[in-house]
Design a protein around this ligand. Structure first.
Ligand code: NAD
Length: 297
């Protein structure tokens, strides 16, 4: 029997736990605040930002919504970030990526106050994560860690293959899994587009985390019996339906399920966790900025 790991259910538990922390902040007169900055008219980015704002409102986080025309000069975005850094009601700042080409995304990420960097992409926060002293864990890999824990998957001593080496998923995922800490202590192999024989690597794995952005890259014949499969991928592929597309993961679900002891679906696996962990980081940022002790789920 294969366990289908229910990301919606685990995310709900996290949100319930956060509600208690938000109550504790409320008693101390603090309302956590997240500023989202959207500088794009890409429909997917617009949807992500509006979902993040709705999530905030549902749990009692104040959402401050900033939208800049994609033609806006880069300096205006940088000075908006400066203003948000100085705004005491804003505990977390999220600039939705990608930003237009005339904006240097690295400058944006470096401009955000590391104490408000709830995405965890500022070099100071990346460094702290690598050094085993994370302030904010990036939301997607943190969500994967929580999912594995909720599904009672032991990472200690496990051979994990992470497929993908991006700064937002693959690299931080690998870094979290090798930490000498709960949810870590794994032996990690990071595969990427130049990996010679991906299947040979994934077949050796106890846990595969697929984050390549390639529809159904990982198939059942690339997996060993009893493997745990976490599918981070969200890919739009053409489909004969009203929308004209459907979402598929980086794993071919049906064939992988035949081999796996546990697997996440797409949608309903990692996606809801990413959203929940953004709220988690925002509550943490608010508690630390205001000096309030809270228990985080
Ligand atoms: P990215 O394009 O930045 O990185 C993809 C990585 O995969 C690269 O490091 C590349 O080397 C590797 N790769 C590409 N083709 C490969 C191949 N054939 N074999 C092995 N490795 C290969 O993408 P990303 O931002 O890391 O996102 C990865 C996927 O995860 C995308 O589908 C994205 O939509 C999805 N995603 C989902 C969530 C979520 O919350 N569910 C969050 C972030 C990203």
């Amino acid at each position: 029997m294969t366990t289908i790991i229910d990301g919606n259910a685990v995310a709900e538990e996290i949100r319930d736990g956060l509600a208690d922390a938000i109550d504790a902040l409320d008693e101390a007169g603090v309302k956590p605040g997240l500023a989202t900055v959207l500088m794009s008219d890409d429909p997917a980015s617009e949807t992500y930002v509006s979902m993040k704002q709705r999530d905030c409102e549902e749990v009692g986080i104040e959402a401050f919504d900033y939208e800049l025309d994609p033609e806006t000069p880069a300096d205006e975005l940088y000075s908006l970030v400066d203003d948000l850094n100085d705004d005491d009601e804003v505990h977390g700042i999220l600039v939705q990526m990608p930003v237009p080409d005339h904006v240097d995304d690295r400058t944006v990420l470096r401009r955000i106050d590391p104490a408000k960097d709830v995405d965890g992409f500022h070099p100071e926060n990346v460094g702290r994560l690598v050094a085993g002293d994370a302030r904010f864990k990036p939301c997607t890999p943190h969500g994967v860690q929580k999912l594995l824990a909720a599904a009672d998957v032991e990472t200690e001593g496990a051979d994990v293959v992470v497929v993908g080496r991006s700064d937002i998923v693959g690299k931080p995922m690998a870094n979290l899994l090798i930490q000498k800490a709960e949810g870590g202590n794994a032996t990690v192999t990071v595969c990427h587009s130049r990996t010679d024989d991906l299947a040979a690597k994934t077949r050796e794995a106890d846990i595969v985390v697929a984050a390549a952005g390639v529809p159904e890259l990982v198939t059942g014949d690339m997996l060993s019996e009893g493997v745990v499969v976490i599918d981070v991928g969200v890919n739009r592929v053409d489909a004969d339906n009203e929308k004209g597309y459907e979402l598929v993961g980086d794993v071919e679900f049906d064939s992988a399920k035949e081999k796996a002891s546990a697997i996440t679906p797409v949608p309903g696996g990692v996606g809801p966790m990413t959203r929940a962990m953004l709220l988690w980081n925002t509550v943490k940022a608010a508690a630390e900025a205001e000096g309030v002790d809270v228990d985080l789920p």
